[in-house]
Ligand binder design. Structure first.
Ligand SMILES: NC(=O)c1ccc[n+]([C@@H]2O[C@H](COP(=O)([O-])OP(=O)(O)OC[C@H]3O[C@@H](n4cnc5c(N)ncnc54)[C@H](OP(=O)(O)O)[C@@H]3O)[C@@H](O)[C@H]2O)c1
Length: 340
């Protein structure tokens, strides 16, 4: 016996990956429904070797649905998440809306699957921001061994993190530059083609951005509130795959060799770290993969116990859709078991 799963935001970048990953991982489904805005009603979308007809969220009857995977933005989650959850459907939400709600677990299964039990309070489970997800996958196994004091992270985030509109803008601007047309911007605050923009989400009073704040607050909620973290989040002209330069300061000594051994064994991590030309991972190589890749592991000699590393992952997968499906897998294995 399988589960009835609704994908809310199925026509988006994350929604399409969710459908692909459910099929790839053979998630036990009886029925999958694809939901989006009214504008997409009737469109066709692939699910494995099947084709689904997109239905409008606002007209859909959730009766009989077990799990809703939501990725339609914070305003849709705010309005619809609680309504869907109240019908007995477990909502696994990708937006930022519920992440810091104390009654909503914020889950990266490799890191804090045990916190999942708290989902019964609201019937809602949150996914972290894409940059946080890959970061905590890499930090957790090191934190278990040498206790992390402080992290300094700079991100190099792809335009798909800003959804379909972000990808379209990079494509159109790149083409415009090649054919000598005017460069137009709508989604990003500055030209993104052949440029980098040190600004993601809105500015906060202290001069940081909300994206940077999310990395701090979410790392504390998922991994350890004692960890001090400072982030600089930067949008780069890459279609898919977020990269992070990470400096970690530990309480106790940890050599780069030991860190490499620990990360090689850690769930979700893949170490590619040859100290030679090309012996590291770049975003184009992680697209379509499940892993969080870790390269350039080395000692940071400027602090007592420090390491630096380079962390890359597919933001649409580990940063969003894969993480959501992994949460759904943990949920059905632990709490929503159906007998065969
Ligand atoms: N991209 C990432 O790396 C990433 C990572 C983590 C979390 N997230 C989060 O995931 C969510 C979606 O991101 P995305 O990149 O997939 O965006 P996207 O490509 O812009 O897709 C947005 C989806 O939401 C649907 N939608 C919009 N308004 C709706 C409404 N009123 N009712 C029903 N459906 C509606 C859209 O349907 P139509 O096609 O019909 O408009 C589309 O399916 C966002 O909350 C984002 O913050 C994204």
């Amino acid at each position: 016996m399988g589960y009835n799963v609704a994908i809310v935001g199925a026509t988006g970048q994350v929604g399409r990956e969710m459908l692909a990953i459910l099929a790839e991982r053979e998630f036990p489904v009886d029925k999958v429904v694809a939901l989006a805005s009214r504008a997409s009603q009737g469109k066709e979308i692939s699910f494995g070797d099947k084709t689904l007809k997109v239905q409008a969220l606002e007209n859909f009857d959730f009766k009989g649905i077990d799990i809703a995977l939501m990725s339609a933005g914070a305003s849709v989650s705010k309005l619809w998440g609680p309504k869907i959850a109240a019908l007995g459907v477990v909502v696994i939400d990708n937006s930022s809306f519920f992440r810091m709600d104390k009654d909503v677990p914020l889950i990266v299964p490799e890191v804090n699957a045990s916190a999942l039990s708290g989902y019964t309070k609201r019937n809602i489970i949150a996914n972290p921001n894409c940059s946080t997800a890959q970061l905590v996958v890499a930090l957790k196994p090191l934190h278990d061994v040498a206790k992390i004091k402080r992290v300094v992270v700079s991100t190099y985030q792809s335009v798909s993190g800003a959804g379909t509109q972000g990808m379209d803008e990079l494509f159109k601007q790149t083409r415009a530059i090649f054919v000598n047309d005017a460069v137009e911007k709508e989604k990003f605050t500055k030209q993104i083609a052949f440029n980098v923009i040190p600004h993601i989400d809105v500015f906060l009073e202290d001069g940081s951005t909300k994206e940077e704040w999310k990395m701090v607050a979410e790392t504390k909620k998922i991994l350890d509130p004692a960890i001090e973290l400072v982030a600089t989040c930067v949008r780069v002209p890459v279609f898919v795959g977020h990269s992070e330069s990470v400096n970690v300061e530990f309480e106790t000594p940890l050599t780069d060799k030991r860190a490499r051994e620990i990360l090689r064994e850690a769930p979700g991590c893949l170490v590619i770290d040859k100290r030679e030309d090309g012996g590291y991972v770049t975003p184009v190589e992680c697209v379509g993969d499940y892993a969080t890749y870790i390269s350039r592991i080395r000692v940071d000699p400027t602090v007592k116990h420090g390491l630096s590393m380079w962390v890359v992952s597919d933001n649409l997968r580990k940063g969003a859709a894969l993480n959501a499906v992994q949460i759904a897998e943990s949920l059905i294995n632990r709490y929503l078991k159906k007998s065969a």
